[in-house]
Design a protein around this ligand. Structure first.
Ligand code: GLN
Length: 487
């Protein structure tokens, strides 16, 4: 019998329902591992008392015959989701020790589905970053090679799942923060269509882009979690779509015979490292073996996604982060002369360098005289990027390519070079700007035996199709079952 931490969410849920394992036993096992592997820097907060109380409640529900899909399954949340029972920091000193008076909708939904919370996961400050190096609370380490970054901004989530410290985790993706760390840590993650999941209680970065999604080891597990996370939230998030919750696992067994997979030539240019390219090419060949066919497509504005995103996201961030002024919650400077001085000192002390940089860029591009030249222009190109996808989806059903141009880089390598970090986001930003669903699935290993992720991009509301394709691929391959050594 495999260890509790080797079980997938689906297997754990089945064991728990069969009463072969109790929720308290499962939670205790994972809490032990979290402590044992604290050096990975995955968790920012745990509270065994809270977790075990939730596990006992799950056991009672199980005993009463409750059939909630995730009953007793231990998961953890990116510290961007606010939680009543754990501190919520967004990886920022600004919110160190902050307790929210309410739970994010996604947290509530997963709790209703029966999941037990192990704690809160490390991330880049306010989800701004691609390496988890912008967290105010220390780096997270890639379990495949601890001298490497795990990716970001949901770095802690990817580490926790890859190192089997949690059966699954939540993440958020504004420009790639679920897909890229999933790719770098060899796990599976999906960002749904913008508006599928409620943003209520997700500490806002760039509101027109932010989306929640699950990170787990298999597509099947992602389907289970995503089904619980999505659905309308009419009183709390007006951008959350009025579409009924879906069972994303319902078509997992379907054949992919005849599926047309678009391969954008711009995703295979010279910037893509040879090891990544090789893994992606064999993944595409595998998809063909499953009955899909490849179609050559073009997403001509791929490169423009970087400047466009790095105008729009900071613009929205500069507005969203204006609420951190030291008045109602969060950090407040101690010594100050007057109100303005208090704001200044509070923000100077509370925010890290990258957050400050983005607030300044955002304020600049929105300012009088520059708005038209930068922000408005970026919005227009954003629309054109979405149109490119619309055009592409007349020729294919799903788009496939790399998640990132390289495998995970060494800690510190790009820490002082913000632009190098931005450039690494090139393949995840386009789908974010268009609001399309995207996922990452493990498809091989590159230099240094580090994982490579295949990105699948779907049309609006095409999550079930993506998950189905990913599931079929995972039935035919075993990359998603590999685990880092020494854990
Ligand atoms: N790396 C991108 C950024 O720094 C994306 C982050 C995210 O998706 N939250 O903004």
């Amino acid at each position: 019998m495999s260890s509790v931490h080797d079980l997938t969410v689906a297997q754990l849920a089945a064991r728990l329902r069969a009463r072969e394992l109790s929720a308290v036993e499962a939670a205790t096992h994972f809490l032990g591992r979290i402590e044992q592997h604290a050096g990975l820097g995955a968790f920012l907060a745990t509270d065994p008392e809270v977790t075990l109380a939730q596990a006992r409640a799950a056991d009672q529900r199980l005993a009463a015959g409750d059939t909630a899909p995730l009953l007793g399954v231990p998961i953890a949340h990116k510290d961007i989701f606010v939680t009543r029972d754990f501190p919520s920091t967004a990886g920022s000193k600004m919110l160190a020790g902050y307790r929210s008076p309410f739970d994010a909708t996604v947290v509530t939904r997963l709790a209703q589905a029966g999941a037990v919370t192990l704690g809160k996961l490390n991330c880049d400050e306010f989800a701004m970053g691609s390496a988890n190096e912008n967290s105010a609370f220390g780096v997270a380490r890639n379990p495949w090679d601890r001298s490497r970054i795990p990716g970001g901004s949901s770095g802690g989530s990817a580490v926790a799942v890859a190192a089997r410290l949690a059966a699954a985790a939540t993440g958020t993706d504004t420009g790639g923060s679920i897909r890229q760390p999933a790719s770098f840590c060899g796990i599976t993650g999906i960002k749904p269509t913008y508006g599928r999941a409620s943003r209520y209680g997700m500490i806002a970065y760039a509101s027109s882009l932010d989306q929640a999604g699950p990170m787990a080891r298999t597509a099947q597990d992602c389907a289970l979690l995503l089904s619980a996370m999505c659905g309308p939230d009419p009183d709390r998030d007006s951008t959350c779509l009025d579409r009924p919750a879906e069972d994303f696992a319902r078509t997992l067994g379907d054949s992919v015979e005849g599926l047309r997979i678009g391969v954008p030539r711009e995703f295979f240019g010279e910037g893509v490292a040879a090891d990544v390219r090789e893994a992606i090419d064999s993944a595409l060949a595998e998809l063909c073996k499953l009955g899909a066919s490849l179609v050559d497509i073009s997403l001509p504005r791929t490169e423009l996604a970087i400047p466009v995103y790095y105008i729009i996201a900071p613009a929205e961030a500069s507005s969203n982060l204006s609420r951190f002024d030291g008045v109602k919650f969060g950090h407040r400077a101690k010594d100050y002369a007057d109100l303005l001085d208090m704001y200044k000192k509070t923000r100077a002390e509370g925010f890290g360098d990258e957050v400050k940089r983005r607030i300044m860029i955002g304020t600049y591009v929105l300012s009088h005289g520059y708005y038209d030249a930068y922000y408005l222009q970026a919005q227009k190109i954003r629309r054109m990027i979405a149109d490119d996808f619309r055009q592409a989806f007349t020729q294919c059903d799903v788009i496939a390519g790399p998640v990132a141009p390289t495998v995970a880089w060494a800690l510190g390598d790009k820490a002082d070079d913000p632009v190098a970090n931005y450039l690494a986001d090139i393949f995840t930003l386009p789908a974010s700007l268009a609001g399309l669903p995207g996922m990452s699935i493990p498809c091989g290993f590159g230099a240094g035996s580090l994982p490579v992720g295949l990105q699948l991009i779907g049309n609006y509301f095409g999550e079930a199709k993506l998950l189905n394709l990913a599931h079929r691929y995972q039935q035919a391959t075993d990359f998603h079952t590999r685990a880092p050594q020494g854990l």
